[in-house]
Design a protein around this ligand. Structure first.
Ligand code: KG4
Ligand code: ZN
Length: 339
């Protein structure tokens, strides 16, 4: 018998993702996004995201099934992000997943969005080494995780105490006059800039600071103040240098803490995930520091780093394989679901 076919739903933020995975093989990864509708607000507007999910959900499911060349009856199990994320956005995905599970009479698995960001790497690089350390950096979260068992035991080592890394990219892009979401345009602008031009602060890196927690709010404010000072002095803002120096500060802290977590726990495998893991400097610096420390680094392709349905299907597939008990019919959405 072939491995189970898992349908995954992701709606925690502004991407409506529907993925189909068989075992660890990706069959379809259909995506709709409301990102353009949030651009003029400089951040995701929850109600706009929820309405967009509602409209896009069924067409995206149909697209995923067509892309994979399967019918709803072929599906063996359904997985859905039940948190963390925007409550209204999550509710649309959970309701849709329940409807399909009920109609198809298949088990439903509510999954944690962060664990799904880790699981997606298996679709590209095969079985994750366990234990691994995971560095997850996106618009909604920045976390260091210890992953002894992806299906049953994922532990939080540290997280951001204020802004997420992606949020800092988005806010800095805004003050630089770059479009939303800010990560890709900063990444691009930084290529022409000097990363050593401005010495921006590295948050929470003092000897008394929590070793695995992050803080990006001070960095964001420092960038805004630096730009204001230039403008007050009537001098032009060197966008590429600011972008490169800011990006360097973020990549430096993230990779230093991830490598430290590996060293302290004796784990020699690191996996990156989340939208910010698409950042070219973060990827290069992680590669450099992991090589120096003898750590095996795994980074999914940028398309799989950002939110998508395949990651949820990938984790669902792991849960089915591990014989984890499916969720109860009263599965809810939890905006701050712990790992
Ligand atoms: O994982 P994701 O798609 O959604 C959330 O769960 O938040 O991450 C989106 C975030 C945004 O803040 C975006 O600016 C950031 O990922 N991002 C990047 C890059 N591509 C996306 N940040 C830095 N460099 C990039 N190349
Ligand atoms: Zn995410």
């Amino acid at each position: 018998m072939s491995e189970p076919l898992v349908l995954g739903f992701e709606t925690s933020c502004d991407e409506t993702g529907v993925g189909l995975v068989r075992g660890q093989t990706l069959l379809a990864d259909a995506l709709a996004t409301s990102v353009g509708e949030h651009e003029r607000f400089g951040g995701v507007v929850p109600e706009i995201a929820s309405r967009a999910h509602l409209e896009a959900m069924v067409p995206t499911v149909h697209r995923a099934l067509a892309d994979a060349g399967v019918t709803p009856d072929d599906v063996d199990a359904i997985a859905v992000t039940s948190g963390p994320g925007l409550t209204g956005a999550l509710l649309v995905g959970v309701a849709a997943a329940k409807a399909y599970a009920l109609a198809l009479d298949k088990p439903l698995y509510g999954v944690n969005h962060l664990a799904a960001h880790v699981a997606v790497d298996e679709l590209q690089h095969g079985r994750l080494a366990e234990p691994s350390i995971a560095l997850l950096v996106s618009g909604g979260h920045s976390s260091l995780l210890l992953v002894p068992d992806l299906a049953r035991d994922v532990e939080s080592l540290g997280r951001t105490i204020d802004d997420a890394a992606g949020e800092a990219f988005d806010k800095v892009a805004r003050v630089l006059g770059l479009p939303f979401p800010g990560g890709p345009p900063i990444d691009k602008a930084a290529r022409e800039g000097d990363a050593t031009a401005i010495d921006f602060p590295r948050g929470l890196t003092g000897p008394r600071d929590a070793p695995y927690d992050f803080s990006f709010s001070g960095l964001k404010t420092a960038v805004a103040r630096w730009i204001e000072a230039r403008q007050r002095a009537g001098e032009p803002v060197p966008v590429a240098d600011v972008a490169a120096s800011f990006q360097e500060a973020v990549a430096d802290v993230l990779t230093a803490k991830a490598v430290r977590a590996c060293r302290d726990t004796g784990v020699d495998h690191l996996v990156l995930g989340g939208g910010v893991a698409a950042n070219s400097r973060l990827r290069a610096l992680a590669e450099e520091r992991c090589t120096a420390a003898g750590i095996v680094l795994r980074v999914p392709s940028p398309r799989l780093c950002t939110d998508n349905g395949a990651m949820v299907a990938a984790l669902g597939s792991r849960l089915v394989e591990a014989g984890v008990t499916p969720s109860e019919p009263d599965l809810g959405a939890d905006s701050s679901l712990p790992i």
